[in-house]
Design a binder for this molecule. Structure first.
Ligand code: HEM
Length: 455
């Protein structure tokens, strides 16, 4: 793999994907031939649905997200009124994120299916185990090794199970008459996929497969960010009150949080900053901006990128360079909040902002299309967890150290935090606005301004 400095990002951005392909790079990174991920090489319906339907409709998706979060909190968080209870945030947050994602991907009632919740989380874990193992061996051995790897056939089995579950649902939705549909029925990824699919993309079995691909792209990535934030907050409790004050202030100005839509969440600038700083300290991967060169290309300074080369950027090294981030070794949760106060930088330095020096979501037209969704989902979860619960580390223990595998970094799945429900009058739903604020309904957005949009 050719790891390039960020000076080349802008030049690389201008190359079409027929020369520098992100998709071939993703398939290669995920060992697609042995992990059922090569479908992305021939079908990008999931990507288009995200850009054309999900992101422009995020305003309408806030209410179902919150509704599912209520259900998830009820089902998956322990009773902890008046007493500290130990939980494993990795597993608990995975349940919350997978439930909310399922609600937006499939809609009610299918999102509550335990079968789907298992498929959408366990497939990813098995793909990850397979790729970590396979990468240790030369490529010519991969066929044989994956034949022997339990994670490999378990992964394939999850794809089969997803088809068994979703294909009949796709057929049922196709046969449904308009009078049988409820208003919320069309507002989910699966129905939107069915709506915009071209004839060659309309195979129900492929659509089911792509739902699993989307789960892989979205659930663990968002869950890991939320878990890192919780670990960072528990180990730096001085940030909790300012974050709560920001939420309370926003309720006073914008109305109860249950009426908030995407623009209100974008006003949580301190929380946004904390999420970004936490991501800087705990990036999902040391490398990003992966491309495979489908043709040889010579860069302006004469650097040759040969055909077949896999290139990437050292995202973590870049954002920890003192020329990019001052005092990079200091965790400053409100670093980006402060930067946004500078003239002309109000829209920069957001969690979702990508720049040549901020590449955790990639950059340019192939940057992660799900980051606006991720930001909204993570903020919904964190607002609830910060306002309704106190958090602390186990006695005598520091922030749980991260684990690494190859270039990947993830929060320790077996670490514990202690949580306790706050007094009733302090809870999120008890905070009332200064004056009644009318609920607003906003039209879907028609375009996605990638570089400058707020969220
Ligand atoms: C904190 C959470 C997330 C992180 C850190 C993350 C990161 C990334 C990165 C680094 C890429 C590759 C960009 C490139 O090619 O340069 C990517 C691609 C992608 N992400 Fe995300 N992502 C997150 C959440 C999500 C969510 C929630 C969704 C879906 C709702 C999603 C859907 C996708 C898809 C479909 C692609 C592939 C784009 C393509 O085919 O070119 N991601 N993501």
């Amino acid at each position: 793999m050719l790891v390039l400095p960020p000076a080349y990002v802008d030049e690389l951005r201008s190359l079409p994907s027929s020369i520098a392909s992100p998709t071939v790079a993703h398939a290669h990174n995920l060992m697609g031939s042995h992990t059922n991920m090569n479908i992305i090489l021939r079908n990008n319906l999931h990507f288009r649905t995200l850009v054309e339907k999900v992101t422009p409709n995020l305003n309408f998706l806030t209410a179902p997200m919150q509704d599912e979060l209520d259900y998830a909190v009820e089902k998956d968080l322990p009773e902890c009124e008046g007493e500290w209870v130990s939980i494993k945030p990795y597993h608990v947050i995975l349940r919350l994120v997978s439930r909310i994602s399922a609600r937006i991907f499939l809609g009610l009632p299918l999102c509550r299916s335990e079968e789907w919740l298992e498929i959408s989380t366990e497939f990813t874990e098995n793909v990850f185990v397979s790729l970590v193992v396979l990468r240790l061996f030369p490529m010519w051995t991969h066929g044989l090794i994956s034949f022997l790897l339990p994670s490999s056939y378990k992964g394939a089995n999850y794809i089969r199970r997803s088809k068994k579950l979703l294909v009949p649902e796709i057929i049922r939705r196709r046969q449904e008459t308009p009078s049988e549909k409820k208003p919320e029925d069309g507002m989910n990824l699966l129905s939107w996929m069915m709506e915009i699919a071209t004839p060659t993309e309309s195979d129900p079995s492929d659509m089911a497969h792509l739902q699993v691909v989307m789960s892989l792209a979205s659930i663990h990535t968002s869950q890991m960010n939320a878990v890192h934030v919780l670990y960072d907050l528990a180990s730096r409790p001085e940030y909790v009150e300012p974050l709560r004050e920001e939420i309370i202030q926003l309720i006073k100005e914008e109305g109860p949080w249950r009426q908030w839509q995407k623009p209100a969440f974008s006003k949580l600038k301190k929380l946004d900053s904390f999420m970004k700083e936490s991501q800087r300290f705990n990036p999902p991967s040391l490398l990003s901006y992966h491309r495979v060169m489908l043709e040889k290309h010579v860069l302006a300074d004469g650097m040759v990128l040969p055909r077949g080369a896999h290139i990437s950027m050292p995202v973590s090294a870049i954002q920890n360079d003192p020329e990019v981030t001052s005092d990079p070794e200091v965790f400053d949760g409100f670093r980006y909040y402060k930067l946004r106060q500078r003239e002309g930088e109000r829209h920069l330095h957001q969690f979702v902002t990508t720049q040549t020096t901020s590449l955790n979501f990639g950059h340019g037209k192939h940057a992660c299309p799900g980051r606006f969704f991720a930001s909204l989902e993570i903020k919904n979860i964190l607002v609830r967890l910060i306002m309704d619960y106190d958090w602390k580390l186990e006695d005598g223990k520091g922030r749980p150290p991260n684990l690494t595998a190859h270039e990947f970094i993830f929060p320790n799945p077996e670490a514990n935090l202690l949580m306790k429900k706050r007094r009733k009058e302090l809870l999120l739903d008890s905070v009332v606005p200064d004056a009644p604020v009318p609920a607003t309904r906003t039209e879907p957005e028609t375009s996605v301004e990638i570089e400058t949009r707020e969220l």
